[in-house]
Design a protein around this ligand. Structure first.
Ligand SMILES: *Cc1c(COP(=O)(O)O)cnc(C)c1O
Length: 354
């Protein structure tokens, strides 16, 4: 058995909970009382602690502020009707964090530190897990290099933090998207499969240009020909064409989403035809034109499923079938919600109950 150092706890003197209006929360702007912190030096994670969520002192020479040696994760906790706190597939996020860490030349985070830190933090802030319909506690684990050094090299010291944000009903209004044929999110051999800060910084400008034209998000295409579909903004993308669920095969330029994996698992369990393969933008446009494209949606932790109402290709807007008619994505959304909130049996063992 691995011995874990004890987590020191310093509690916040006065909880901010009474100031929060849970029926009206903007995503990512409200922070729970505490955070879990661990520091890495001399090859060891140490000084494990839970302390009030508050500003930290950082040196201007912090290596990660300059060269973006940063990685993050996103997952959610829910409450069932008995008030138990249930976390959705947390071990998958740790696996992915460590895949990102390897690519960004950062240390691995051991499972016991992650699970113990997460569990202790959620136990302490369990009253921050909302239980209104469509609400959840968003959990943000992240790691960054903390050396004070501006030569370009891998940091020798790191900090790992988990903080949480209650998030309100995510009104997943259907989104309008356009195929991006000029800018590239991630290249072959690049860092697209890692959840690392630079990928997101680089996506802001193209997204802004699309938003100025009235679209909510981009559908990223491959970095070589700009011909194959990769992702929808910061979500994976799926289509139902005829009776088949189709999604891009995750190469090194696509982030392998946990929601993606969950939706594919449900689809296969329901006996649906599933294809993970390359998808040409022209195949999607053809399917829209001959009415075989039934559904298009993004999948990710924040929205779970975000219906796509319109896809633009070059200068042409193609509206998609009404959301009410979309059998698969509506059924998958409900099935996932029911598992996460303990309404139905957790037959795939996805829930970690505190
Ligand atoms: C986080 C993320 C996703 C979705 O992953 P989930 O594990 O389902 O939340 C998809 N694409 C990108 C680029 C992401 O950053």
């Amino acid at each position: 058995m691995v011995e874990t150092a004890k987590i020191k706890i310093r509690k916040k003197e006065q909880s901010s909970l009474p100031q929060v209006d849970f029926s009206n929360i903007v995503f990512g702007r409200v922070f729970s009382d505490h955070m879990f912190v661990a520091d890495y030096r001399d090859g060891e994670w140490e000084d494990l602690r839970i302390e009030p969520y508050e500003a930290m002192q950082l040196t201007p020479g912090l290596i990660s502020l300059h060269y973006a040696q940063t990685i993050f994760e996103g997952l959610k906790a829910y409450k069932n009707d008995k008030g138990d706190v249930m976390v959705f597939r947390p071990e998958m996020n740790l696996k992915r964090l460590n895949i990102s860490a390897e690519r960004m030349c950062m240390p691995q985070l051991p499972e016991d530190i992650y699970m113990q830190g997460l569990s202790e933090l959620l136990r302490l802030d369990r009253n921050w897990v909302p239980n209104l319909p469509n609400t959840a506690l968003y959990i943000r684990p992240f790691m960054f290099g903390t050396d004070e050094y501006i030569g370009l090299k891998s940091s020798e010291t790191y900090r790992f933090i988990i903080f949480t944000c209650p998030v309100g009903a995510y009104y997943s209004k259907p989104v309008k998207v356009k195929f991006e044929r000029h800018f590239t999110r991630a290249a072959k051999g690049g860092t697209g499969f890692a959840k690392t800060g630079g990928n997101y910084a680089g996506s802001l400008y193209p997204a802004k240009l699309a938003q100025e034209k009235g679209y909510d998000q981009l559908i990223w295409t491959d970095g070589i020909e700009h011909e194959y579909v990769e992702e929808a903004g910061t979500m994976n993308i799926m289509f139902v064409i005829g009776d088949t669920l189709i999604t891009p095969h995750p190469g090194d330029s696509v982030l392998k989403g946990i929601t993606r994996d969950s939706v594919l698992t449900l689809a296969r369990d329901w006996g649906m035809k599933v294809e993970e393969r390359r998808i040409k933008t022209s195949e999607i446009v053809e399917a829209i034109k001959n009415n075989t494209l039934k559904e298009a949606f993004g999948v990710g932790t924040a929205a779970t499923i975000a219906h796509i109402s319109l896809i633009a290709d070059d200068e042409t807007d193609y509206p998609l079938p009404p959301v009410e008619s979309r059998e698969f994505s509506n059924k998958a959304l409900k099935a996932l919600d029911d598992i996460k909130t303990g309404v139905t049996e957790d037959k795939f063992n996805w829930i970690y109950k505190l």
